[in-house]
Design a protein around this ligand. Sequence first.
Ligand code: G3I
Length: 375
Amino acid sequence: MLPRSVLGVVALAVLVMVGCEAPVLEPQVWTRECSYLRSCAPQGLDVGVAVSTAVLADPAAREAVLQDASVITPEWEMKMAALLPSRGVYDFAAADSLVRFAQGQGIRVRGHTLVWHEAFPPWLESETLERTQALALLREYIGRVVARYRGEIAVWDVVNEAFDAQGQYRPSPWYRWIGPEYVEWAFRFAHEADPQARLYYNDYDLEWGGPKLEAVLSLVRNLRLRGVPIHGVGFQAHHRVDHLPSSAQWADAFRRVRESGLEVSITELDIRVPLPLQPSLLQAQAQGYARVLSACRAEPACVSFSTWGVGDRGSWVPGFFPGWGGALLRDEEYRPKPAYWAVRNALADPRKSLEMSAADWYYRGSPLSFLSVNP
Ligand code: G3I
């Protein structure tokens, strides 16, 4: 007896060949009863979204966050330019409001991000600091911010994007003032301010392998050898639907981080699609999301899976990548897209490793063209 998944493909292929539309089939729902993402996530895996105070002011977005997230990441409100907009003057109002919202709903908060070359305060950008001055400022800033949320923020992206694509340190202000040791000091200062917080290095394009991943692995191994408190590596995972890492590439990169003694999180996943949105590409996007989640679920050290936004409305993608958009699980009105159901089913599936084939996914009347996407 052929397995159901093969029969599914054959049935759909036959129907298309005789000119029928693929049958209207319900998304395949797994046995475990669950509704939205948060209730479908397996024990030990956080699922979340990036939010802003503006997004949370929208009732539809707020409802979606409550349905989907056990962790939220402030998209802007905890960056240095937001928290220290002028010399010596901290502004915690927006960050406080997000932490209060999360606490009221039993949602964890991922602090993002203490040290980054972007979202750097303009008043500081033009400074030239001596090494000791820069270290004192770094200690004061990280100490002030992390201590404020001690016991309330479970995990911090301590350093974000320290390396370029060639695995070289970016010439950020902190690098210029302190040297490469700024990374170590950032982690030490964060741990000093909240010894319970999980401390991450976060970056993009690590999953492809290559010089940036090698530089990150060398860094984290070196930090651990010297007893510097670091707990995980965040994979931002900003991708395009027609150029996605293979399951093997995800698995290999995750394994190498685990073998370095650290946990793994998907921190900012979005999979952009060319505009205007076409159903076949939305199916391919669904497969792409399922692939990333499957790789995370198959990796024992993968503890969190977040997308970079609640829905397509307000996503950073269209402004940054003209002609691209539709990158999130929910659309402009925060309604679930095919990728949402693919993620929900992959979360709910009791099998640990979910090697998804196109045949495993039935969609309402979708053309078979998505079958051609790189499995
Ligand atoms: O500049 C104003 C500021 O004056 C005002 O107080 C604030 C009020 O909300 O808005 C600020 O506007 C923009 C801010 O987003 C909020 O929308 C900033 O100009 C703009 O630069 C900022 O862009 C963010 C960007 O990081 C830079 O911080 C994007 O929303 C955010 O999606 C993007 O996220 C990054 C991750 O942090 C790191 N990984 C890559 C990812 C995408 O670039």
